[in-house]
Design a protein around this ligand. Sequence first.
Ligand code: HPA
Length: 270
Amino acid sequence: MASALAATVAAVRGRIGHRAPEIAVVLGSGLGGLAERLADAVRIPYAEIPGFHVPTVQGHSGELVVGTLAGRSVVAQSGRFHLYEGHTAGVAALPARLFAELGVTTFVVTNAAGGIRPDFRAGTLMLITDHLNLTGQNPLTGPVLPGEQRFPDMSAAYDPALRALALEVAREQGTPLEQGVYAALSGPSYETPAEIRMLRTLGADAVGMSTVPEVIVANARGMRCLGISTVTNAAAGVSDAKLSHAEVMETAAQVGQRLGDLIEGVVARV
Ligand code: HPA
C-alpha cells in the first residue's frame, strides 16, 4: 500500500509542478461545478493517476483539478470511489492520503444525502457535526502507513473551528445551513423505511454512501475536516416519494451554486 501510494503521489507531483495545494475539496454527486471556479488550473484525469479508477456513476467526472480559489492553492477532487462500486475503504480514501502527502492541511468534503430529519427539505444544506460509520469497513484496517496513527482520536472529526467558520460565512451569505450527524452505509440500494427509523433512533440526521472513509484517513493524517451534505431527497419513508438517482442529481445541481459560494467563502478565510 505504501509503495502504491508513492506511485500515485509521484504521478500527481509530476503534473502539478510547483503548485502546493493547502486545501482539498471533494465534490460530491452533481456538485462538480466548483472545479470550474479554479483559476490557473491543471486538470488530471483519473486515468493518468496510478491507483485511481475511472468513476462508474453518472455525476462523478473523474479528474483532479489543481488551481487557485479565492487566492488559495486548492485541489478539487471531482469524482470519488465508493464502496458500492466494489472498492475497499482503502481505495475510497486513497485521494485523502494523496492530499496529505501533497501537504494539504484542510480537507473539505461534500456529498449528497437523504434527509432523515423531517424538517429537512430537498436542497437543505447540512453542516456535518459528526458521523456514524455503518459501512462495516475502515480504511485504516491493516498495517499502519507512515504518517498515520494506529488508533486516531475521532472526538472532533469535523473540526469545530472550521464548523464555526462555515456557519459564519453561511450567515453572511444569507444561506441557511443546518447541522447534523451523517450516517454512512455502503449502499448501493437506498435504505428501507425501517432502516431509516433505525438510523433516526441511532441519532442520524442524514444518510449517504460516502465521506466517512476519507474523513477517517484525514483524521489519521492530522488534516482538519469540514463536511457539508446536500440533502437531495427525503430519506425512505420520511415522505411518500420514491427515491431516484435522477432526483438526487437534479437537486444537487440546483444547490451547486449556493454550496460553491459557501465553500469559496470558507476557503478564503481558512
Ligand atoms: N440514501 C442514501 N444515500 C443517498 C440518499 C439517500 O436517501 N440520497 C442521496 N444519497
